[in-house]
Design a protein around this ligand. Structure first.
Ligand SMILES: [Zn+2]
Length: 260
């Protein structure tokens, strides 16, 4: 014995008054109104709107290239008018369009960042090895790069030791220019491995919480080449270059830290 479906009272009423209609695609009985079925030539369509939209979605997905060509052809057939229409539309919807673009931009940025992160995580070990190898190679190849990295390391260390919050800005924002420092230092006076870059007034005598002092500490004039031995002898003392020709550095009196 078949179990007959048991239509509710409303469905029975719709049927009796031809107010319901069964979609030919999904075979679901729905109210025979424009809300559920599209109206073509004054007649309700055979397929319900939900099935229509499903069909359209699939069609768009399976005919991307074809539709693209169609749209292009359509556009070029009446290009002048289309451009004019777009201009008019933009005039009327400037804010809306700007908002839309802004939102898309943010979404896009997040999307790209997420993709980059994903790609990085996928090959993390490989990328780390590659970066390390590159840095090592650059160190050997490029003495400028080498010096820059050393100075940067010194700066980071100084921030760690002599400031509350560590390094929080880009070197440039502190007024530090590695190239200027390197130019000022000039070429190493002897074998590179025998020499150190010395901070004439030692870094520990500056207050790295103070932007101006950071700038002074890493001013080109506060750098000199010293042999390892000279550097060790000097320790963390402040020894101006010579008495007769005082260093170009102008240390203001309010600099904290005592000069030993
Ligand atoms: Zn349907």
């Amino acid at each position: 014995m078949f179990l007959k479906p048991n239509p509710d009272r409303q469905t029975l009423y719709f049927r009796a008054t031809r107010l319901s209609k069964t979609c030919t695609k999904c075979l679901i009985e729905k109210p025979a109104t424009e809300e559920y079925f599209a109206l073509n030539n004054n007649k309700l369509a055979a397929r319900c709107k939900m099935c229509d939209s499903e069909y359209n979605k699939n069609y768009r997905k399976n005919n991307i290239e074809k539709l693209k060509t169609q749209r292009k052809e359509q556009y070029y057939k009446d290009r002048e008018k289309n451009i004019e229409d777009a201009k008019q539309w933009y005039k009327l919807n400037t804010e809306k369009k700007k908002n839309y673009d802004r939102t898309r931009q943010i979404e896009k940025r997040e999307e790209i960042a997420a993709k980059k992160k994903e790609a990085y995580n996928r090959d993390k070990d490989k990328i780390k090895k590659q970066t390390a190898a590159y840095t090592k190679k650059q160190y050997k190849k490029d003495s400028m790069f080498n010096l820059k990295m050393r100075l940067r390391h010194r700066l980071n260390e100084a921030f760690k030791k002599y400031s509350m919050n560590g390094k929080i800005r880009k070197s440039k924002d502190y007024g530090i220019d590695y190239k200027q420092i390197i130019d000022y230092l000039g070429p190493c006076p002897g074998k590179r491995e025998d020499y150190h870059i010395d901070h004439i007034k030692p870094l520990k005598l500056f207050d790295f919480n103070d932007l101006e002092q950071v700038k002074l500490a890493f001013a080109p004039e506060n750098h000199q080449w010293l042999t390892k031995e000279e550097n060790l002898r000097k320790g963390s003392k402040f020894v101006p270059k010579s008495e007769s020709e005082p260093t170009k550095l102008t240390f203001s009196d309010n600099i904290k830290g005592e000069i030993s």
